[in-house]
Design a protein around this ligand. Structure first.
Ligand code: CA2
Length: 150
């Protein structure tokens, strides 16, 4: 059976994980988080690529480049969640099932974080489980692919 390929995308400022705002985002660094994601992906038998960018255009280009290469995308769009129609349109245009993930519960924070431009083009959203949100997002995307590719 063909192995699923999932693209993991971290948005702006997530390169600072574990360095600042540990009370909100936890103490794991992005390298530790990526190792945890790789360990989980191996366990699940899925091939992954991971990218972090602080630039909206680069995130759009990365999503476009996923066409034909990845079966699903798991993205933490970070602050672009609340501002970026460009990332929303990129996800809608490639037609790759996309799961939105957040470390924090965006609905228990400031009102400006309560709206996501990404949610309406995503298969689903995982918010508030810390670094586990990524693992739950990967699991959710695999279950989605299994249900839809039978
Ligand atoms: O909870 C999440 O995962 C967020 O996507 C994180 C974004 C925030 O703008 C969203 O509303 C929710 C912020 C990422 C910033 O990451 C930092 C990590 C360490 C230190 C400073 C920022």
């Amino acid at each position: 059976m063909k192995r699923n390929r999932i693209l993991i995308i971290h948005g702006p400022n997530l390169n600072l994980l574990g360095i600042r705002e540990k009370e909100v985002y936890g103490s794991m660094s992005i390298d530790e988080l990526n190792n945890e994601i790789r360990r989980f992906a191996k366990e699940e038998g899925v091939d992954i690529d991971i990218l972090q960018s602080n630039h909206e255009g680069e995130l759009v280009d990365t999503i476009h480049g996923a066409r034909g290469k990845f079966d699903a995308i798991v993205i933490n769009p970070a602050a672009y969640t609340h501002t970026s129609i460009a990332i929303r349109d990129a996800i809608a245009s490639v037609g790759i099932p996309t799961i939105e993930v957040h470390l924090s519960n965006i609905y228990s924070r400031e009102p400006f974080r309560h709206h996501s431009y990404i949610a309406e083009v995503a298969v689903g959203q995982v918010s508030g489980f810390g670094t586990d949100s990524y693992l739950l997002g990967i699991k959710g995307s695999l279950n989605h692919l299994e249900r839809h590719n039978r």
